[in-house]
Design a protein around this ligand. Structure first.
Ligand SMILES: [Zn+2]
Length: 378
């Protein structure tokens, strides 16, 4: 029997190009071919000749194996500034495509690495139908808190809650301040939440709670109000009305700062919460926002009140597991992922310890305590 000759997956050509933030015409110019030819290659009408494949590798800096992968590619929506910071400026299409491409690549990498392990599903991230709750978003947030057995008071660690429930939280370089997060849930992969790695802690927590709201409420049926609903979910998840309402009377900035320390959300989120719960009139809330603006707090709240950024662990453990337990060298892992070492370092630099980029020996072993949620597939 003859081995089937691998063929270039045209979608991977598009993916590689978009991941590098290039338009078809820009890439065609670099390859010294017409855009028409490139377009036909990307649409699978013609096979990329060997010489062009080699040029694609070097111009786009992807290893050859990348172009032969058979994965499907998914469109992703991204979450811009949530309501609190709404000043939506549409992201240029090219930047959007670059994000989509890189989100897909990380998803493919994660899928490859997950082949070796199973993740403990924990309580799971349920899908709750808004209709079953008569559209009461707050009741959904309360139900989730209860089903995850979260105690009263602030959520200790949002990232940990999500990862304990079997989701993966991924720090991600969106290359823009305009996008906070995006999430993917499909197939047999764990739900993936990508968040902007430059977010401050309060914003990271709110953003992830917002994404969690999408996962719980909007996985099946998206709707026109979903952004607002996800914000309401996040507010109730992080600051249950039952507990916080009585603390919001006579709110001023000093009090908002105290409450920020306790609830680990921004002062802005506290003011919004007070307004939503009827503890501030429109005028009072406007006045507080004016004071926030005058003190420069709308752009940056006082550093001494900073909420610690939460550190996800699953991605890091997945990489550690390959490098240490399974004895992969960085080069071997890169080749498994069809990634260049440079991309690997760029995408996962935050998730690997610097010394791991040097070659590791397979004799370095982990105690099982370091890989709590991950189990090697038997
Ligand atoms: Zn959203």
């Amino acid at each position: 029997m003859r081995e089937k000759v691998p063929v270039v997956n045209p979608k991977m050509v598009t993916l590689a190009r978009e991941a590098r933030g290039m338009t078809q015409s820009e890439l065609a110019t670099r390859l010294q071919i017409t855009q028409g030819v490139l377009s036909k290659i990307e649409n699978g009408l013609v096979q990329a000749p060997v010489q062009i494949l080699e040029q694609l590798q070097s111009e786009l800096d992807f290893p050859k194996e990348f172009f032969f992968q058979s994965d499907s590619i998914h469109g992703v929506g991204t979450d811009n500034f949530h309501q609190l910071y709404r000043r939506r400026k549409a992201l240029p299409m090219k930047a959007m495509r670059r994000i989509e491409a890189r989100v897909n690549i990380v998803r493919m990498h994660t899928g490859r690495m997950l082949r070796a392990v199973t993740i403990e599903p924990g309580h799971g991230i349920p899908k709750l139908d808004l209709d079953d709750f008569d559209g009461n978003v707050e009741r959904i947030a309360a139900t989730l808190r209860a089903s995850w057995l979260l105690p009263n008071g602030p959520v200790e660690n949002v990232v940990k809650c999500i990862e304990d429930a079997g989701g993966m939280v991924l720090p991600f370089d969106f290359a823009t301040q305009q996008v906070d997060a995006t999430s993917l849930r499909y197939g047999d992969m764990p739900p993936l939440m990508y968040y902007n790695q430059n977010l401050l802690g309060d914003r990271q927590r709110f953003t992830l709670a917002h994404e969690l709201g999408h996962m719980v409420m909007h996985s099946v049926v998206p709707n026109a109000d979903m952004e607002d609903q996800a914000d309401r979910f996040a507010a109730e998840f992080l600051m249950p009305a039952r507990e916080i309402a009585s603390q919001l009377s006579n709110l001023n900035l000093q009090r908002a700062a105290q409450l920020k320390r306790y609830w680990r959300v921004s002062m802005g989120a506290i003011i919004m919460r007070a307004k939503t719960l009827g503890k501030l009139t429109s005028n009072q809330s406007q006045y507080l926002w004016m004071q926030m603006g005058a003190a420069g707090l709308r752009t940056r709240e006082p550093p001494e009140l900073d909420v610690p950024v939460e550190q996800p662990r699953l991605q890091r453990e997945l990489i550690d597991l390959h490098l240490k337990v399974l004895g992969y060298s960085v080069d071997e892992l890169c080749s498994t992922l069809a990634a260049t070492p440079r991309d690997f370092a760029e995408l996962y630099g935050g998730s690997i310890r610097p010394n791991q980029l040097r070659n590791l020996t397979s004799t370095e072993r982990f105690g099982s305590a370091n890989v709590v949620g991950l189990h090697l597939r038997k």
